[in-house]
Design a protein around this ligand. Structure first.
Ligand code: CS2
Length: 487
């Protein structure tokens, strides 16, 4: 079978609905993973077909050479497979013009960011890659990439270093700043990234910082599409559906959502024609999604993984844990303000259907990754509000205990697994001298900057976590789920 390229013949229903080579680039994307290919690149593909424009994407992966190696021999083309109970639909996406790896070629990444064509920079680099000081609002000077880039700002390797260096070089070249759109699952993501870039600029480029502050836009956004890591089965199915070999195929669910603050200084693609919603305030949407979708995702990932349920859809077929997912969503919804036009209980039902999608194999172990980066906005923020309102903290305590159970790094039968988290070493040190629920709960609750003080110091919160963790450790997760669901 021949490989997918720009010249490969494709049935019209599968081929891009425009001639990609007729369009120049306008976007640089940092974090060229499956989520970007299923989300922003797919929206841009639709927008190009609907209304054109020079908005193709230069995709940059920060460290892994694989995305560029897969995409470049295919002229940037790849198959996006959408799966639901009704079957699989494939289309070939043409919006990525070029792919490169910043670690292999830092000059090329900076050249893309400082080119006059670049009007928007989108990012999906995961929460841990930025080096944010979430509490203080600036950067974390101890983050490895931030530390390296502050020491050597002219040769940046990290996100803040690259963005700031590019904005500075653009000012010096008389070019306007691009709009930076952070598409990671962080609360107030635009403001967080703006604060960190300005902090970096004040430290490394004091003469430029005020001009960046005055002219660069950092709109907030909420992104949503459940996208498991692609496998050999994804690539095999793509080849079958399009009739060509495709090393860059990606699979995703049919559902997709994008809510964007409409603040673009140099224009934007017509993403609304692809279904994006432009609003003045993204925060209520972002909070809803982080607490209801991502919060219950994290809870079910830890509980499911330790109950022997490898996939999210297995969790939804487990009566006890599915009941806890519903309970968690209701508890998260109770912390949200009313959002005109959104029925939170219908949203919860839709989320449960998406989680149960029989055609998507989304691993609980994948979602379990990076808990220290995810729990603050997904679990602790709604827990703190629930504490203040005198509400029921049990759902959040169960989720927190399940993460702590996971942080021990060993199954009930003592088989080890990797705790994939940027703070894994700190976690291992904190747990080195304790094996009891009480000791583990104390050690992990006091990781610096992790759990809000007011929550950690609430005595009944600690008791609730410790009781649940004790059952998980001594009787197993299945028993803990059954006890919780009965309770
Ligand atoms: C998940 C998200 O891995 C995770 O932490 O909760 O990636 C989730 O699938 C997406 O946010 C859905 O839009």
């Amino acid at each position: 079978m021949s490989r997918l390229t720009a010249k490969a013949p494709l049935p019209p229903a599968i081929a891009p609905g425009y001639d990609p080579e007729d369009h120049g680039t306008g976007i640089v994307h940092l974090g060229l993973g499956a989520f970007h290919k299923a989300h922003q690149a797919a929206y841009t593909d639709h927008a190009l077909a609907a209304s054109g424009g020079d908005w193709r994407i230069i995709g940059v992966s920060l460290r892994s050479p694989d995305p560029a190696r897969q995409l470049m021999p295919q002229d940037g083309r790849y198959t996006l497979i959408e799966r639901d109970a009704g079957g699989s639909r494939a289309r070939v996406i043409g919006s990525i013009a070029r792919a490169l790896c910043a670690a292999d070629d830092p000059g090329a990444a900076l050249a893309a960011l400082t080119g006059p064509a670049c009007r928007i920079v989108t990012l999906t680099v995961t929460e841990k890659a930025y080096g944010l000081d979430r509490a203080g609002g600036g950067l974390d000077p101890d983050h490895p990439a931030v530390r390296a880039d502050l020491a050597n700002p002219e040769r940046p390797v990290g996100v803040l270093g690259l963005l700031t260096r590019a904005l500075v070089l653009r000012i010096d070249a008389g070019l306007p700043p691009f709009t930076t759109l952070c598409c990671d699952n962080l609360p107030r993501n635009g403001a967080l990234l703006r604060g960190a870039v300005l902090d970096f600029a004040r430290r490394a480029y004091p003469a430029h910082a005020d001009r960046i502050a005055a002219n660069a836009a950092f709109p907030a956004t909420m992104v949503d599409r459940i996208t498991p890591a692609p496998t050999d089965a994804t690539r095999a199915e793509a080849s079958r559906l399009i009739g060509h070999d495709d090393h860059a195929a990606t699979e995703t669910e049919a559902f997709h959502q994008w809510v964007i603050e409409d603040d673009f200084s140099l224009g934007r693609p017509d993403w609304d024609l692809a279904g994006a919603l432009f609003v003045t305030d993204v925060a209520p949407y972002e909070t809803m999604k982080l607490r209801m979708l991502n919060g219950s995702h994290s809870m079910l990932a830890y509980a499911g993984f330790h109950a022997g349920l490898p996939l999210v859809r297995d969790v939804m077929a487990h009566a006890g844990l599915a009941a806890l997912v519903r309970r968690h969503m209701a508890a998260a919804a109770a912390t949200l303000p009313a959002l005109p036009g959104i029925d939170l209980s219908a949203y919860a039902t839709e989320l449960q259907d998406r989680f149960a999608n029989p055609a998507i194999a989304h691993e609980t172990f994948q979602i379990a990754m990076d808990g220290t980066q995810k729990l603050p906005q997904r679990i602790f923020a709604p827990a703190l509000e629930t504490l203040r309102a005198g509400g029921d903290l049990r759902p959040f305590a169960f989720a927190t205990a399940a993460w702590m159970r996971h942080a021990t790094g060993a199954h009930h039968d003592c088989t080890p697994y990797a705790v994939r988290d940027p703070r894994a070493d700190e976690i291992a040190t904190a747990l080195a001298t304790t094996t009891t629920a009480d000791g583990i709960a104390r050690a992990l609750s006091t990781l610096p900057g992790f759990m809000p003080d007011a929550l950690r110091d609430a005595p009944h919160w600690q008791v609730m976590i410790t009781e649940r963790l004790h059952i998980m450790l001594t009787q197993g997760m299945a028993k803990a789920i059954a006890t919780e669901a009965a309770g």
